[in-house]
Design a protein around this ligand. Structure first.
Ligand SMILES: Cc1cc2nc3c(=O)[nH]c(=O)nc-3n(C[C@H](O)[C@H](O)[C@H](O)COP(=O)(O)OP(=O)(O)OC[C@H]3O[C@@H](n4cnc5c(N)ncnc54)[C@H](O)[C@@H]3O)c2cc1C
Ligand code: FES
Ligand code: FES
Length: 476
């Protein structure tokens, strides 16, 4: 059984912990305002809010209910479109959508309202870019995005800045209630959650079946095999303390394998690292970033995993655990072939560690995909340069989509050492990188196209990071 708060009431379900939340909402709870579109985390029609109790306050986030296992709901607050409706009339966001004519058939509208409500719940400083960015995971087939974007901008403007110190605080919720964004019952949820069993006390449902599956964010697993997972035991890494958390100690940054992309952005660990933080905001969508973990990205072993490519260039080491045993391995040596890992049954990736980026470190990530949001890359690349007085002391460059595994460009990286930053050096890096890879033709493009893309991305690293020293026009 799984117990949680659904909108304003306590709710217990006997549905298997591996079934997805969308089915609970529509088929069991009769809350059909949450729509079913793709069931793959792609369209955003099923967006709901998940409220996770913290030591103080609640952290709310927009998530895709079609890939959210019910087990994740234990002891948490689940909010659907019905749960943001005021007793009478419309919420402030809903009113704006009517005024801006931002809804036609209405199928996508509940998901969009939930994404924007989630955005306002997760920031004290809303702005136009953040509001429109929060809709990167919501697809509309009929209204057209201009009026939806206009509505999103109006939403960010109506509230101004929250007087609260933190978006997880009661003061922030009070401010949203005052502004008609959420109903007043939100203010009672923290106390109600304190009275509920947490996942730890509820534990795994050992009777479901013999198969135990490790789930981090589930954004890969529940797209690929949701039906099979319905009756499996789930080991939820989101609930394991040692796998969460982000810290910097003695010049080394440590990121728990279950840290999400959102956690990484919020930690500010890359706030001084060039465009990296902004690039992370372009990975997938807000809903996916709220759930997708760094560990899942690395273990998934996709040759084009965005986080894997970034952490390869950061020269990361992995801490792998098996019960109380552990070992460490460089991420560069983790991949043995297409989807083949140095990870035995029973082993888990616990965390990764890399040198803390300092002021001499410049980091850049580039990605080419069919569309800006919600798409895996055709080719991606990350570069980390340590420079001194316009000379490259050390370079680590990685590339995805050009080999069966996420690739550390060892030859190109080594060749950069000691070179003066200039347009010629950038051209040399482009040539060296293109000679180092042997991509194959596949659905994402021909081998020649991928080499060409890689060259452009390597050039882009230099142009982005060293604009005064490298002439982008001459690199074209
Ligand atoms: C709509 C959509 C858009 C996406 N866009 C992008 C994108 O732009 N860029 C990108 O890189 N990816 C993208 N993805 C893919 C996915 O979100 C990422 O790969 C994500 O990081 C996977 O992490 P997760 O925590 O959800 O993994 P899960 O699905 O939970 O797990 C993936 C695999 O890793 C295993 N696993 C997870 N954590 C551990 C661990 N600590 N130790 C051992 N095994 C573990 C699981 O058992 C499973 O086999 C997208 C996915 C969707 C659905
Ligand atoms: S139904 Fe499309 S994202 Fe969930
Ligand atoms: S209003 Fe019809 S899909 Fe968006």
């Amino acid at each position: 059984m799984t117990s949680f708060i659904l909108n304003d009431r306590n709710y217990t379900t006997k549905l298997p912990p591996g079934a997805v939340t969308l089915d609970l909402l529509r088929k069991e709870a009769g809350l059909t305002g949450t729509k079913e579109g793709c069931r793959e985390g792609d369209c955003g029609a099923c967006t709901v809010l998940l409220g996770i109790p913290l030591e103080q306050g609640i952290k709310y986030m927009a998530v895709n209910s079609c890939i959210l296992p019910i087990a994740e709901l234990q002891g948490r607050h689940l909010v659907t479109i019905e749960g943001v409706n005021p007793k009478e009339g419309l919420s402030s966001i809903q009113k704006i959508f009517v005024e801006e004519g931002a809804s036609q058939c209405g199928f996508c509208t509940p998901g969009i309202i939930m994404s924007l409500t989630g955005y306002l719940l997760s920031t004290i400083d809303p702005d136009d870019a953040g509001a429109t960015g929060s809709l990167g995971g919501n697809i509309c087939r009929c209204t057209g995005y201009v009026s939806i974007k206009n509505a999103a901008k109006t939403v960010s403007g109506i509230t101004g800045h929250s007087p609260a110190g933190s978006c997880h605080s009661r003061e922030h919720l009070e401010w949203l209630v005052e502004n008609g964004i959420i109903p007043p019952y939100f203010l009672e949820i923290e106390e109600k959650l304190q009275a509920m069993d947490t996942y730890e006390s509820f534990g795994l449902d050992a009777n479901v079946s013999g198969r135990t599956v490790t789930v981090a964010g589930g954004t890969d697993l529940f797209v690929i095999e949701a039906e099979k997972l319905k009756n499996a035991n789930l080991r939820l890494l989101s609930k394991e303390k040692r796998m969460n958390g982000i810290s910097i100690t003695d010049g080394r940054a440590v990121i728990g394998a279950a840290a999400t992309i959102r956690d990484i952005i919020d930690s500010g660990i890359f706030s001084n690292s060039g465009n990296l933080e902004r690039s992370l905001d372009l990975v997938s969508s807000a809903q996916i970033r709220n759930r997708a973990t760094v560990g899942g990205n690395i273990v998934n072993a996709s040759p084009i995993g965005d986080l894997t490519i970034i952490f390869l260039a950061l020269d990361s080491r992995l801490r792998i655990v098996n019960g109380s045993d552990y070992r460490e391995i460089s991420l560069k040596n983790f991949y043995k072939g297409y989807k083949l890992l140095d990870l035995s049954p029973g082993e888990l990736l616990e965390s990764l560690e890399f040198p803390e980026p300092d002021l001499k470190t410049s980091i850049n990530f580039e990605k080419v995909a069919m569309r800006k949001h919600l798409d895996i890359a055709s080719v991606n690349s990350a570069a980390v340069f340590r420079t001194n007085d316009e000379v490259i002391e050390n370079a680590d460059i990685s590339a995805g989509g050009v080999a069966p595994v996420p690739l550390y460009l060892a030859g190109t990286s080594a060749a950069m050492s000691g070179m003066k930053i200039s347009t010629d050096t950038a051209k040399f890096a482009v040539r060296t990188a293109c000679n180092e890879v042997s991509p194959i033709d596949d659905v994402r493009g021909s081998a020649a196209y991928k080499k060409l893309l890689l060259g452009k991305l390597i050039a882009a690293h230099f142009v982005e990071l060293f604009p005064g020293l490298v002439d982008g026009e001459k690199l074209l």
